[in-house]
Design a protein around this ligand. Structure first.
Ligand code: ATP
Length: 546
C-alpha cells in the first residue's frame, strides 16, 4: 500500500479500474487502440445505472419529456444542415521534431512525448501552422465506395431528435413546451484523445432537446415574459410557469441538472457552473452553461488549482436547429399554437405590431446569417415577413434548450469522486490502509454482497444462497464464498459495494434462538456492523439504494 501512495491519483484510479474490472483498454490483446475503451463487469453495471437514472429522471418521472432511440448512421444531409460537415473541426498542428499530431488549442496541456515532464507547448520542436481537421468518422453505405454513398457516424445524438421532431410531436400528443430525450453512442475522431476515458473517440451521450415557445409568443399569451433576475431573487425557480421565456427555462435546466448530479453523489463543491463568455459562444447560442467537475486533471487557475473540466453543456440554441432542418429538408418544422392564435386576436394593434416586428427581426437575423450564395436581401426580407405573418396566426418554429451530457465522463467523475484510501482494522484489529470506492448506493454497481462465513457448512451455504435468490430480482447482488471474510470485505470495498451481508453461525441459531435467521450487515464506509432479521433485509436495502 505504501507503494500505491506515491503514485499520482489518476494512475491509482486507472490501475484500480483495470484490476477490478471497471474499464479496460479496447482491443488490449492487440496493443489497444487509442481513444477507445471497454467497460468490464463492474463498469458495465455502473454505466447502466447512470443511464437508467438519467432516463428515469428526464423522461419517466416527467409528463413533458418523451424518449427516442435513433440510428447512428443517418442521411448525410443532416450533417450539412447542422453545420458539422463544414465546421465541426479542431485546429491541428504537427510537430516536425517528434512527428506528433496535436490540437493547436491544447498544446499547453498535453505532455511532450519526448519529455513528458514538459508540455508540447514547451517542447522546442517546430510546429506546422494549424489546419482544420474534421472530427467526423466517415463510412460508405452500400457496396459502392464513392461520394454518393458517403455517410457519417453521428458525432452527437442531438440531430436525430431534431430530424424526428415532427414525428414525435404528432405521435406523442405533446405540446410545446416539451422535450425529447435520447441516450446513445457518438463518435468523434479526436486529434488527441486523452485523460483516460475523458476524451474518447467513441463515447455515449445523454441529450435532451427541450422545445419552448419563442419569447414573443410567451409575451403575447401571458402579457409579459418573467424577468429571470426577479425570479432568481426569490430563490430556486421551482415548477415551470407559463410566463417563462428562454432565460428562465435555461436556468431551470441548469438547476435541474446540478440537482441530478447531487442526487447521484457528486457533492455541490465538486461542480462548477461556468457561463460561457460572449466570445466563446457558438454563433447560434444565446447562452451556454458548462457544468464542470473537478477531475484530478485538466486546466488550472493562476493559483495552480484545478478549475474543472466539462461534464455537460446546457445551451440555449434559439430556433437554429429546427430552422436549419426546415431549410435543408424542405419539410415544415413549425408548430401551431392555439393559445397564441387566440391571444393574438385579443392584443391591441400596437402590441401586435411590436411583437410582429421583434419576431420579424429575429427571423431576418437568422436568415441573413445562414444565407446561401446568391440569396438576396429582398428574398431574405420576404421570407422573414412570411415567418412573422405566420407567427401572428399562431405558427412558429420552437426554440430549444439543450442539456447535453457525456455518460463516460460522468462515469469517470463518479469513480474519481468515490475513490478514497483510509485506515480500517484488519481481522486482528491492526489498522491497515484500504482502497474504497464510496459510491452513492444509487449508482453502485453491486448493491449488496452475500457472504457465507465459511463455504464448507452446507446449512450455512444454503441459507446464504436463499438470501441471494430472494434479493436478486430486486437489486444487483454478488455472492462470494472464497477466502477470509476480511479479504472479501476489502474486495467489495474496492468494488464500491455499500452493504455486505454475512451469514454466520448465529444465523443458524447456534448461539441461541434470538439470533436465529438474522445476518450481519456491514457498512462499506465505516465498517460498522449491525444485526438484521433476514425477512427485514429486502425492504431495508431497497430504502437505502433508491
Ligand atoms: P469538449 O469541449 O470537451 O470537446 P464539447 O463542448 O465539444 O466538449 P459537446 O459537443 O457539448 O462537447 O458534447 C456534449 C457532451 O458530450 C460533453 O459535455 C461531454 O460530456 C461529452 N463528450 C463530448 N466529446 C467527448 C469525447 N471526445 N469523449 C467523451 N465525452 C465527450
Amino acid at each position: 500500500m505504501a507503494e500505491t501512495k506515491e503514485l499520482p491519483l489518476m494512475e491509482k484510479i486507472v490501475a484500480l479500474c483495470k484490476r477490478r474490472g471497471f474499464i479496460y483498454p479496447s482491443s488490449e490483446i492487440y496493443g489497444g487502440i487509442n481513444g477507445f475503451w471497454d467497460y468490464g463487469p463492474l463498469g458495465a453495471e455502473l454505466k447502466r445505472n447512470v443511464k437508467e437514472l438519467w432516463w428515469n429522471t428526464m423522461t419517466r418521472l416527467r409528463d413533458d419529456v418523451v424518449g427516442l432511440d435513433a440510428t447512428i448512421i443517418m442521411h448525410p444531409q443532416i450533417w450539412k444542415a447542422s453545420g458539422h460537415v463544414d465546421t465541426f473541426s479542431d485546429p491541428m498542428v504537427d510537430c516536425k521534431t517528434c512527428k506528433g499530431r496535436f490540437r493547436a488549442d491544447q498544446l499547453d496541456e498535453i505532455p511532450c512525448p519526448q519529455k513528458p515532464s514538459k508540455t508540447v507547448a514547451q517542447c522546442p520542436g517546430e510546429k506546422t501552422p494549424p489546419r482544420a481537421f474534421n472530427l467526423m468518422f466517415q463510412t460508405w453505405v452500400g457496396p459502392v465506395q464513392d461520394e454518393s454513398a458517403l455517410a457519417y457516424l453521428r458525432p452527437e445524438t442531438a440531430q436525430a431528435i431534431f430530424a424526428q421532431f415532427k414525428n414525435v410531436l404528432e405521435t406523442s400528443r405533446q405540446k410545446v413546451p416539451f422535450g425529447i430525450a435520447q441516450i446513445g453512442k457518438a463518435f468523434r475522431n479526436e486529434v488527441t484523445p486523452r485523460n483516460y476515458t475523458f476524451r474518447s473517440r467513441e463515447f455515449e451521450q445523454m441529450e435532451l432537446e427541450y422545445f419552448i415557445r419563442p419569447d414573443e409568443a410567451v409575451e403575447a399569451i401571458c402579457g409579459r415574459v418573467a424577468a429571470v433576475e426577479e425570479l432568481l431573487a426569490r430563490g430556486p425557480l421551482g415548477e415551470p410557469q407559463p410566463d417563462w421565456g428562454w432565460q428562465a427555462w435555461h436556468k431551470y435546466w441548469v438547476e435541474e441538472r446540478i440537482r441530478f448530479y447531487e442526487s447521484i453523489g457528486l457533492p455541490r463543491e465538486t461542480l462548477v457552473e461556468y457561463w460561457q463568455k460572449p466570445e466563446e459562444l457558438a454563433h447560434y447560442a444565446r447562452a451556454t452553461v458548462d457544468i464542470l467537475f473537478k477531475f484530478p486533471f485538466g486546466k488550472r487557475n493562476e493559483r495552480g488549482e484545478l478549475i474543472g473540466e466539462e461534464l455537460e453543456g446546457i445551451a440555449a440554441r434559439s430556433d437554429f436547429d429546427l430552422s436549419q432542418h426546415e431549410r435543408y429538408s424542405g419539410k415544415p418544422m413549425r408548430v401551431f399554437d392555439e393559445e397564441l392564435r387566440a391571444a393574438w386576436a385579443k392584443l391591441d394593434p400596437a402590441r401586435q405590431q411590436a411583437l410582429w416586428q421583434r419576431y420579424f427581426e429575429h427571423r431576418k437575423n437568422y436568415l441573413t446569417r445562414t444565407a446561401r450564395p446568391g440569396e438576396t436581401p429582398e428574398q431574405i426580407e420576404r421570407a422573414a415577413r412570411e415567418d412573422a405573418d405566420a407567427f401572428a396566426k399562431g405558427h412558429y418554429i420552437p426554440h430549444v434548450i439543450e442539456p447535453s451530457a457525456g455518460v463516460d465522463r460522468l462515469v469517470l467523475a463518479l469513480i474519481c469522486n468515490a475513490y478514497a484510501e483510509d485506515q480500517m482494522p484488519d481481522e486482528k484489529g491492526n489498522l491497515e490502509t484500504r482502497v474504497v470506492l464510496r459510491f452513492h448506493p444509487r449508482i453502485a454497481p453491486i448493491k449488496a454482497a452475500v457472504l457465507p462465513l465459511v463455504r464448507n457448512k452446507p446449512e450455512l451455504v444454503r441459507k446464504a444462497i436463499e438470501i441471494r435468490d430472494t434479493l436478486r430480482p430486486h437489486l444487483t447482488v454478488f455472492y462470494d464464498d472464497a477466502g477470509a471474510i476480511g479479504r472479501r470485505y476489502r474486495r467489495q470495498d474496492e468494488a464500491g459495494t455499500p452493504f455486505c451481508i454475512t451469514v454466520d453461525f448465529d444465523t443458524l441459531g447456534e448461539k441461541g434462538p434470538e439470533l436465529k435467521d438474522t445476518v450481519t450487515v456491514r457498512y462499506r464506509d465505516d465498517g460498522r456492523q449491525e444485526r438484521l432479521r433476514i425477512d427485514a433485509l429486502l425492504p431495508w436495502l431497497l430504502e437505502r439504494i433508491r
